[in-house]
Structure formats: structure tokens, C-alpha cells
Write a protein of this length. Structure first.
Length: 151
């Protein structure tokens, strides 16, 4: 049988060939295994496909879509006409103000930590003119060798 011979809605029996984190691959007798996505494994929420099906298990599946060009078949193990799995109800969010009130108050930061970085740097006296007697590292080497500069 070829993938193109499958039609949407067909009920088939197949063998699970591989189970992954996103679903299960089922051999339904065509050259390409079909994928049962994790959301199509059962009516209830499935956290781990390995808990629902095992390789070698015989399962009843329904053809959802057939893509003959790409040789892909999407299958479902959910009964026909069943509603998609209902999302788990989360507890209502607590008000953010409520959460803040439950937290411990933060310790006061030292005043110096809030000032900008300029306050942390030591202040040097400003001079109008550069000093003439300053000698750089290379200049000191030349002076030691007895070589005088152009000044």
C-alpha cells in the first residue's frame, strides 16, 4: 500500500515502531510510518508518550492528514469526534500586591552605593599647565644614558 492510498478519517490498526518526546511513530502498512503527535495520543494531557505507548504495541489509529508529496501521515489515537484535551486548570494568580506584602522588606542600602561613580574617584588638584619636569619611562631611560631632549 502507498501513502497516497490513505484517506483522511480511515481507521487503521498499526504497530508502534518508535516513541519520542513529541509522539509515537506507527507502522500502518505503508512504506512510511505515521506520526501520532503527543496531543493526539489521548483525550487527557500526556506529559510523556512513553507512559502511554510502547514500541511493538498494537494500536488503533485514525488518519488525520496525508501529505503524499512529502510522504508524511499524521495519525490520531483519540476517538473520532472527541474534543481536544482540556488544558489543566491553573490556580488563579495571587494579586502582586499580596505577594509583595508577604516578602520581607529589603534592607536599606548604604547612601554611598546610590551615588554615581564620579563620587568614588579620588579628586586630583587641577593644574593650568603641564609640569616641565615630568619624565616618562622611556625619557628616564634616555636621561640615564646621557641623551638630552630637544628642550
Amino acid at each position: 500500500t502507498e501513502v497516497a492510498q490513505l484517506t483522511e478519517g480511515m481507521q487503521l490498526e498499526g504497530v508502534v515502531t518508535n516513541v519520542t518526546n513529541f509522539g509515537a511513530f506507527v507502522d500502518v502498512g505503508v512504506h512510511q510510518d505515521g506520526l501520532v503527535h503527543i496531543s493526539e495520543l489521548a483525550n487527557e494531557f500526556v506529559s510523556d508518550p512513553h507512559k502511554v505507548v510502547k514500541p511493538g504495541q498494537i494500536v488503533q489509529v485514525r488518519v488525520l492528514t496525508v501529505d503524499a508529496e512529502r510522504n508524511r501521515v499524521n495519525l490520531s489515537m483519540r476517538p473520532e469526534g472527541s474534543q481536544p484535551p482540556v488544558k489543566a486548570q491553573r490556580p488563579p494568580r495571587r494579586d502582586q500586591q499580596e505577594q509583595r506584602e508577604e516578602r520581607k522588606p529589603q534592607a536599606k542600602r548604604p547612601q554611598a552605593a546610590r551615588q554615581n561613580d564620579q563620587a568614588k574617584k579620588p579628586q586630583r588638584p587641577k593644574q593650568d599647565k603641564p609640569q616641565d619636569n615630568k619624565i616618562g619611562g622611556f625619557g628616564a631611560l634616555l636621561l640615564q644614558a646621557g641623551i638630552k631632549g630637544s628642550k
